[in-house]
Ligand binder design. Structure first.
Ligand SMILES: [Fe+2]
Length: 134
């Protein structure tokens, strides 16, 4: 069973953003599968690459939409993105030093992000956009 099951209520209604979120869920589930099959921690190098890449293209796409639509809570939302990026960079640095974190830390981090950020902050943006487009 996947660690995180996608549900329709997670869609924010912007195809590009929803695709990015689905991709992140897939990354989380893949990492969980790797953890269950006791893959070596080396496999996480690829995940970090993907996450650093994701933080760049996904956050800039989302922030562009917020700016163009006049989303009022943009600054607070952007701060959360910056925090995610900083945490990924820090975890990656620790990983390269062969320190923590390994699987469990990353799984907890991503699961928490999906639950707290996508389901709350990004869905709030989705509701704002839906109202504005009425
Ligand atoms: Fe966001």
């Amino acid at each position: 069973m996947a660690i995180f099951e996608w549900q329709d209520r997670f869609f924010i209604g912007v195809a590009q953003i929803d695709e990015h979120h689905l991709h992140l869920v897939e990354l989380l589930n893949k990492t969980h599968r790797d953890f269950l099959r006791q893959a070596p921690p080396d496999i996480l190098a690829e995940l970090f690459e993907e996450l650093i890449d994701y933080a760049t293209y996904h956050f800039s796409a989302e922030e562009k939409i917020m700016l163009e639509s006049g989303f009022p809570d943009i600054d607070r939302h952007k701060q959360k993105h910056a925090k995610f990026s900083a945490e990924v960079v820090e975890m990656h640095a620790n990983y390269l030093k062969k320190q923590k974190p390994f699987f469990l830390e990353i799984l907890a981090f991503l699961q928490n992000w999906l639950e707290s950020h996508i389901l709350q902050s990004d869905c709030e943006l989705g509701r704002f956009l839906a109202k504005r487009n009425k």
